[in-house]
Design a protein around this ligand. Structure first.
Ligand SMILES: [Zn+2]
Length: 361
């Protein structure tokens, strides 16, 4: 008899898989344990299983189950890594607690339970565990680069089982002003980079206000800009020779990193602020609300019209159309006592099975 989705989830939560960030993998650090578990579970269900080595000791695992007839390809994908910390695994109060329970081992368990309930009659069902969503998104980027590419990808990030078809992107950049240092007893001999930053900040505030007037896209709020940090000067008795403002710019689908930089430079024309090339960015994504996967999920869950996901994920990097819909709440992800309601995990497993039936039946 197939094991329950709760048992599968507890097994997954018991295997630590903390993202190593830029460090080495080791006991409890890295996704290898979860990948091995998934490989065995998928193999036991008749999936053909492959590993994709993405970085040393870190592999995506991709299982593939073919229907008898040709047809479309559906992938259920999810990241295997977690952030550090969190409670010991336990079942309590109708929830499974433990690091990764909600973000997003619940969905991985629900994928396996769905595969127990229904088999594809046509096309292909793929189930993929990917590495490194919590840091550089190497696993999704690898699939985006080498495949497998499919017709639809469902990612069960914790959306409270809402159907999410878009999210904003994010660009982090610095603006720098330079001056000339001098002793503060004769500041007129120097040139203050902090004073030079003042008109830059005023221009950034005007640019932010202009961005805020732009419309959003579907359920997504419009673009935004925040100056989150400013630093400059070393001591009160020195005229500062450098000042840096750090910018967080939220982007809509259709906006590019180059376009964001160009707008910043235009907004700062006539000031001494130099916009540096962004040091970090996350893509936005947008999926057709009429995609058959969206329709199938809404039918299965009797869900409201699709909406946007408020956080960044690896969804934009898979290279195939993605829909986010999974058990648990984003408010629970990364918290001290992360948990996921069992009722939602079971409902997700039933919905995923209905989706497989609708698209590959
Ligand atoms: Zn996640």
């Amino acid at each position: 008899m197939a094991r329950s989705v709760v048992d599968l989830l507890c097994d997954l939560v018991r295997i630590p898989s903390v993202n190593p960030l830029d460090g080495p993998v080791g006991p409890g650090v890295g996704e290898a344990g979860v990948a091995a578990f998934l490989a065995e579970e998928l193999g036991g269900r008749g999936f053909e299983v492959r590993f994709q080595e993405v970085a040393p000791g870190r592999s995506n695992v991709v299982g593939r189950l073919r229907g008898a007839a040709p047809g479309p390809r559906l992938m259920l994908a999810g990241h295997m890594d977690t952030v550090p910390g969190g409670p010991a695994p336990r079942v309590e109060g109708g929830c499974v607690h433990g690091r990764g329970a909600c973000d997003m081992k619940a969905a991985l368990a629900a994928y396996l339970a769905a595969a127990d309930a229904v088999r594809p009659r046509r096309g292909e069902l793929l189930i993929a565990g990917v590495v490194d969503e919590e840091h550089r998104m190497l696993g999704a980027k690898h699939i985006g680069a080498v495949g497998p590419w499919v017709d639809w990808i469902l990612i069960g990030e914790p959306t409270d089982l809402r159907v999410c078809i878009c999210s904003r992107g994010r660009v982090l950049a610095r603006v720098r002003t330079r001056g000339r240092a001098a002793h503060s007893s004769f500041p007129e001999r120097g040139d203050s980079a902090i004073y030079r930053m003042a008109p830059v900040l005023a221009a950034l505030e005007r640019h932010a206000a202009e961005l805020q007037r732009r419309p959003g896209l579907g359920p997504l709020p419009g673009p935004r800009l925040n100056v989150g940090r400013i630093s400059g000067g070393g001591a009160t008795n020195v005229v500062p020779d450098e000042c840096v403002a750090e910018i967080d710019r939220r982007t809509l689908p259709g906006e590019t990193v180059a376009g964001v930089v160009e707008e910043l430079r235009a907004a700062l024309a006539g000031t001494d602020g130099r916009v540096e090339e962004p040091h970090w960015d996350l893509r936005s994504f947008e999926t057709d609300p009429d995609l058959p996967l969206v329709v199938a999920l809404r039918d299965a869950l009797e869900a409201e019209p699709p909406t946007g996901f408020p956080a960044g994920t690896d969804a934009p990097y898979f290279g195939s159309p993605v829909v986010l819909c999974g058990p648990g709440s984003l408010d629970q992800a990364h918290t001290e006592d992360e948990s996921v309601p069992i009722e939602q995990v079971e409902r997700a497993a039933r919905a995923y099975a209905a989706v497989i039936e609708a698209l590959l039946g």
